[in-house]
Design a protein around this ligand. Structure first.
Ligand code: ATP
Ligand code: MG
Length: 436
């Protein structure tokens, strides 16, 4: 017998409740991004390697060790996208999207990074992503963050806080960088090997180190606030007061930097609070959403200086936090249609299609006796069932059974779907009220 091939390490086949939670994240993202008037884009899954190497930065983990790069048959070096932003920036430049600036873009899909697979960390994972390109105003940062906050809330995720920092403008960042090099050089021998290497090339990244040996020296490292120019400070103040006005809770995180080179000004992550249920579910892979302002990125790809800000969130990590506590929607409670006998089956198709065209989900079992079909209705989470055989149809009615209370009523055929829908909507509203 031949052997079934194994899935690639770090990939997942997602099914059942996990797949539903995944879809719920994407649906919520799609709905909310429309409220904020972000336009949908679809991006290639692979790009020329230089798109990522030049923008993300050669010394970052992503470019130095996580990319899936290969030569195609024409001898060109290509890379499976490890993030969305660089590809979107490339598209912005190559398609002349400047004419739409400022442009608000949203997308989602798979990304690829060669990492050590573990809970919440995969080699193929998925992100939702939002970018505002061509807007240098702090209000763009605020709107982008307000959208992230609303998505997380509408997913029913509690105990997650926005950690916010500024990296300042180019000058502030350079001055801070020099001070960090001086600070860490004094303790160089005690740093992790990785950080010793980062010291000259990319000292900000030492602040992001998860190694205990480094973390001891991060706490008293120089803070960006000492080096902020007046403009950079005013920018950050406008972001924080805008967030307050929009009702977005945040906390200042002075050591927060991001693992990519292109950030300026605002940098942020949404992180589960210590000891919260969310933190417990995610284990050590705790950041669910990260991003910031990347005013330097377009230039690295040969474009004119272009202010931009964006974020990305891991769909798998969000899906792990969704849980049962989500806001109930009418789609969660299908109407069960249970015909008894052959001629009733045809009427069942008629009734089901009327309900579905009216926007309601219907569960109809194709096989088994009435008992089996009722079991199927219950396991599908149906709240009401429509049950009918020849004798009901002769009278022009169907029986409507409330599967929670057991109460049965008769509905006249011409009153489908209105009477059923009215009844169901009332029940869902009651559930929503109870879940508040
Ligand atoms: P981490 O510090 O966890 O490695 P990162 O800084 O590399 O995260 P980003 O590049 O900012 O992550 O990506 C944004 C989000 O994408 C992360 O917050 C996380 O939710 C998700 N993500 C990143 N890498 C992975 C992965 N390998 N598997 C699953 N989700 C991921
Ligand atoms: Mg990473």
């Amino acid at each position: 017998m031949s052997k079934t091939p194994q899935a690639i390490r770090g990939t997942q086949d997602i099914f059942g409740p996990d797949a539903e939670a995944f879809a719920f994240v994407v649906e919520t993202f799609e709905r909310v991004r429309k409220l904020y008037r972000f336009r949908r884009v679809e991006m290639p899954v692979f790009e020329k390697t230089e798109v990522f190497a030049r923008s993300i930065g050669e010394t970052t983990d992503i470019v130095s060790k996580e990319m899936y790069s290969f030569e195609d048959r024409g001898g060109e070096s290509l890379t499976l996208r490890p993030e969305f932003t660089a590809g979107i920036a490339r598209a912005y430049l190559s398609n002349g999207w400047q004419q739409h600036a400022p442009v608000k873009l949203a997308t989602h899909g798979p990304l690829f990074r060669y990492e050590r697979p573990q809970k919440g960390r995969y080699r193929q994972f998925h992100q939702i992503d939002a970018e505002i390109i061509g807007a240098g105003e702090p209000q763009a940062d605020v709107e982008l963050l307000a959208m992230a906050d609303q998505i997380i809330r509408e997913l029913g995720i509690d105990g997650v806080t926005l950690h916010l920092n500024t990296l300042g403008d180019g000058d502030s960042r350079e001055a801070w960088r020099a001070a960090l090099v001086e600070h860490f050089r004094a303790v160089k021998d005690e740093l992790s090997e990785d950080s010793q290497e980062r010291l000259e090339k990319n000292p900000l990244r030492i602040l992001d180190s998860k190694d205990r040996r480094d973390q001891r020296f991060v706490a008293d490292a120089p803070k960006i606030d000492q080096f902020l120019s007046d403009d950079a400070r005013a920018f950050f103040d406008a972001v924080t007061s805008g967030l307050d006005a929009a009702g977005v809770k945040w906390t200042r995180a002075e050591s927060l930097v991001r693992g990519l080179d292109y950030y300026r000004h605002t940098a942020f992550e949404f992180i589960p609070d210590e000891g919260s249920e969310a933190a417990g579910k995610l284990g050590s892979q705790s950041t669910i959403l990260g991003g910031g302002r990347y005013d330097g990125l377009m230039e690295s790809l040969g474009g004119a200086p272009t202010p931009a800000v964006g974020w990305a969130a891991g769909i798998e990590r969000l899906a792990m936090l969704v849980g049962e506590k989500r806001w109930p929607s009418i789609d969660d409670f299908p109407i069960a249609v249970v015909p008894i006998g052959a001629s009733a089956e045809e009427t069942a198709q008629y009734i089901s299609s009327r309900l579905r065209r009216g926007g309601f989900s219907v569960e109809m079992a194709f096989r088994g006796n009435v008992k089996k079909r009722m079991q199927k209705a219950n396991s599908a989470n149906a709240m009401i069932a429509l049950i009918f055989g020849d004798s009901e149809l002769d009278q022009g009615i169907v029986k409507m059974k409330d599967l929670e209370s057991g109460v049965e009523t008769e509905i006249l055929l011409p009153n489908i779907p209105d009477d059923i829908v009215g009844y169901l909507v009332e029940k869902v509203e009651a559930k929503k009220a109870a879940s508040l």
